[in-house]
Write a protein that binds this ligand. Structure first.
Ligand code: ADP
Ligand code: MG
Length: 340
């Protein structure tokens, strides 16, 4: 009988994987900027056109990619960030899966220009649908520029589901803001259709970055959060009762420098406000959680925005305590509840 089970070819494997990692322009921006951060950059420029559909270009001044290794960067499971599965237990980089560049390259045209400090001149590589179509020397500063065009040209089903330019750019806006907030000492410049949407200073701190990204009424409402226990350090800002919104867009949580989404954390933040806010209204909150990396699993989903905690209940309660402490310190909650 003829064999019916067979290994898929690389092109198909990459397209399937790209389906998980590269959902939309926002996920491309996220992966590329994370790479720029991991490369030690202190200046990152994000440029998009038409919600990222016509162009996504990320320029950084990080360590660059060596010309001898540049093709490898676009191969699946090729990474410089981990060596063995043990390293997954204590990740210090945002990337580790070695999947993003291969996935983006499978569904678009990518042009990368890069130079390391050891090289006199840089290298330019063009890849379309996973195939290298050009490699040549080029003069350029140390760092990397990656331009993505013709997004989903070979995956019509996905292209069809792209939202309007305005909707895709609002998602990109959210991710760039969260990345800008997640790292100190990196200047982010975000250019949307040739207009500078924002630029954060290089010598930034959390609150300055918040003020360059958000409205004055939000900024004016913020109370500082400072909480430390054996398990966790929680620093950041949470709003007083003058500010609330009908959605949770302005609740951003970072765990060990990574922007994450975790619904239960949002619920516990809100629980600290108890009945103080109107029904279905949510506070603004920017929290940085620092916790032993062995207690956090980020290898839950390819997009790496979901995490799992060991001792989840304990951590959630600490978040609530941290907010509660801040509201109490600022006399928003007057009665000191008896701790049980
Ligand atoms: P990962 O980030 O999980 O390692 P990627 O596919 O995103 O996987 O990137 C593959 C590799 O390419 C990285 O491990 C890194 O060595 C290199 N790389 C990607 N982007 C950059 C960049 N902007 N600067 C320097 N090196 C980069
Ligand atoms: Mg990466």
């Amino acid at each position: 009988m003829a064999k019916i089970i067979h290994l898929l070819d690389n092109d198909t494997i990459n397209k399937i994987a790209a389906g998980e990692v590269i959902e939309n322009p926002k996920s491309i921006v996220k992966e590329l900027v994370e790479n720029s951060i991991d490369a030690g950059s202190d200046e990152i420029i994000i440029e998009i056109k038409n919600g990222g559909k016509n162009l996504i270009r990320i320029t950084d001044n990080g360590k660059g990619i060596d010309r001898g290794e540049i093709e490898d960067a676009f191969k699946r499971h090729c990474t410089s960030k981990i060596q063995t599965s043990d390293d997954l237990n204590s990740l210090f980089t945002l990337g580790f899966r070695g999947e993003a560049l291969a996935s983006i390259a499978a569904v678009s045209q990518i042009e990368v220009i890069s130079r390391t400090i050891d090289e006199q001149y840089g290298v330019k590589l063009v890849i379309k649908g996973g195939e290298v179509t050009l490699k040549e020397d080029i003069g350029c500063p140390v760092g990397t520029t990656i331009s993505v065009t013709e997004l989903f040209y070979n995956v019509p089903a996905r292209k069809k589901f792209l939202k309007s330019d305005a909707s895709e750019s609002s998602h990109i806006n959210e991710i760039v803001s969260s990345l800008a907030l997640s790292k100190k000492n990196i200047s982010f410049k975000y250019i949307n259709n040739n207009n500078i949407a924002f630029k954060t200073p290089k010598t930034n701190n959390f609150i300055n970055t918040i003020s360059s990204l958000y409205d004055k009424d939000l900024y004016d409402s913020l109370l500082s959060v400072n909480y430390q226990s054996n398990l966790i350090s929680i620093q950041g800002y949470t709003s007083n009762l003058n500010y609330y919104r009908g959605n949770r867009k302005n609740q951003l949580v970072f765990v060990n420098g990574r922007y994450i989404k975790h619904k239960r954390i949002n619920y516990y933040i809100e629980a600290a406000y108890y009945t103080l806010l109107p029904k279905n209204k949510y506070p603004a909150c920017f929290l940085k959680l620092e916790i032993n990396p062995t207690l956090v699993d980020v290898n839950v989903h390819p997009a790496k925005t979901e995490v799992r905690f060991q001792n989840e209940e304990l951590i959630l309660n600490e978040v609530k305590n941290a907010i509660y402490k801040s509201l109490r310190t600022n006399n928003i909650i007057k009665e000191v509840k008896k701790e049980t």
